[in-house]
Ligand binder design. Structure first.
Ligand code: E4P
Length: 218
C-alpha cells in the first residue's frame, strides 16, 4: 500500500518524507489556497518545490472544466516535472480528458469520485489513479469504506490497472480499513500516517527497557 500525503504544506511534506514512508503527494486548489499559493508563477514554482522534496507522484489539479482547457492545462502541468500527475475532475469532459492523457502516456488522477459507477468510468478511460473521497461520504452519513470495497471488487473482476487512491482520509482507522480492503494508495493529513505510530504499551515498554538498562549500567 502506498502512502500519499494530502497537503500543499512544504514543512509537512518534508516531515513525511523524512519519516521514510512517503510515496507521493496530492494537492487540490483548496489546499494550495490554504497555503496562500496564488498566481500562475507561484503555483508552478510550488509544484516544482513539492517534486523536489518527495520521490513519488505529485497530483496537480486542473482548474478548467472543458476538454480543451483541461488538455491545455494538463499538458503544461505534466511538462513541469516527470513526477506530476494531472488531476482531473469526474465530469463528462474530464472523462474525455482522462482518455486523451492515457493515450498520450501522461499519468492522471481522477478526483471527486463518489460512486462505483464513476470509478468504473474512470478506469475505462484509462485513469492512472481514481480518488474516491471516503471522508466526505462519511460526512453525509454514507459509508465511504463500502465504496472502496465496491471499487476493489469491480476492478479485480476485470483486472483494471487503475489504482484505487482512497482520498479524503481523515484518520488512522480509515488508513487501516483501506489496507484491509486492499486500496492501492491512501492520501490524508500527516496525522493519519504518524498516528499509526502510537501505542501506550510501546511507550511503557520502552520506558521499562531503558530504566532496566540504566539500573545495570548506571
Ligand atoms: C484528494 O485528492 C483530495 O485532495 C482530498 O483527499 C480531499 O480531502 P478532504 O475531504 O479532507 O478535503
Amino acid at each position: 500500500m502506498k502512502f500519499f500525503i494530502d497537503t500543499a504544506n512544504l514543512e509537512q511534506i518534508k516531515e513525511a518524507q523524512e519519516l521514510g514512508v512517503l510515496d507521493g503527494v496530492t494537492t487540490n486548489p483548496s489546499l494550495m489556497a490554504k497555503e496562500g499559493i496564488t498566481g500562475a508563477e507561484n503555483i508552478t514554482a510550488h509544484y516544482k518545490a513539492i517534486c523536489d522534496i518527495v520521490d513519488g507522484d505529485v497530483s496537480a489539479e486542473v482548474i478548467s472544466t472543458d476538454f480543451e482547457g483541461m488538455v491545455r492545462e494538463g499538458e503544461a502541468l505534466a511538462a513541469l516535472h516527470p513526477q506530476i500527475v494531472v488531476k482531473i475532475p469526474m465530469i463528462r469532459d474530464g472523462v474525455k480528458a482522462l482518455k486523451y492523457f492515457s493515450d498520450q502516456g501522461i499519468k492522471t488522477n481522477c478526483t471527486l469520485v463518489f460512486s462505483a459507477g464513476q470509478a468504473l468510468l474512470a478506469a475505462k478511460a484509462g485513469a492512472t489513479y481514481v480518488s474516491p473521497f471516503i471522508g466526505r461520504l462519511d460526512d453525509i452519513s454514507t459509508d465511504g469504506l463500502q465504496l472502496i470495497e465496491e471499487i476493489r471488487l469491480i476492478y479485480d473482476n476485470y483486472d483494471f490497472e487503475t489504482e484505487i487512491l482512497a482520498a479524503s482520509v481523515r484518520h488512522t482507522m480509515h488508513v487501516l480499513e483501506c489496507a484491509k480492503i486492499g486500496a492501492d494508495v491512501i492520501t490524508g493529513p500527516l496525522s493519519s500516517i504518524t498516528g499509526l505510530l502510537n501505542h501506550p504499551l510501546t511507550d511503557i515498554g520502552l520506558e521499562k527497557f531503558l530504566a532496566d538498562y540504566r539500573k545495570g549500567n548506571g
